[in-house]
Design a protein around this ligand. Structure first.
Ligand SMILES: [Zn+2]
Length: 75
């Protein structure tokens, strides 16, 4: 798997040395990046409520390298 996340974090720290935090949506076990989608769904009380869904990306958004599929070895 590519090193883009570490590289981007290093560059962000250089660009914003006083920033207290930079948030990147990363799934910890696979180290893959996800997009968070919000859907409005009808809850049990009949009212709309927001439900957040994590959509894993198949390719690195920085360099385009394909992330390993579930069950594939990460090299
Ligand atoms: Zn990458």
């Amino acid at each position: 798997m590519c090193d883009c996340q570490n590289r981007v974090c290093t560059e962000l720290k250089k660009a914003f040395p006083t920033a207290r935090r930079v948030i990147m949506p990363v799934e910890l076990l696979s180290n893959r990046i996800y997009i968070e989608a919000t859907a409005d769904v009808i809850g049990e009380n009949g009212k709309l409520k927001d439900k957040k869904i994590k959509v894993m990306v198949s390719y690195c958004p920085f360099c385009g390298e394909k992330y390993p599929e579930k069950g594939e070895e990460s090299v």
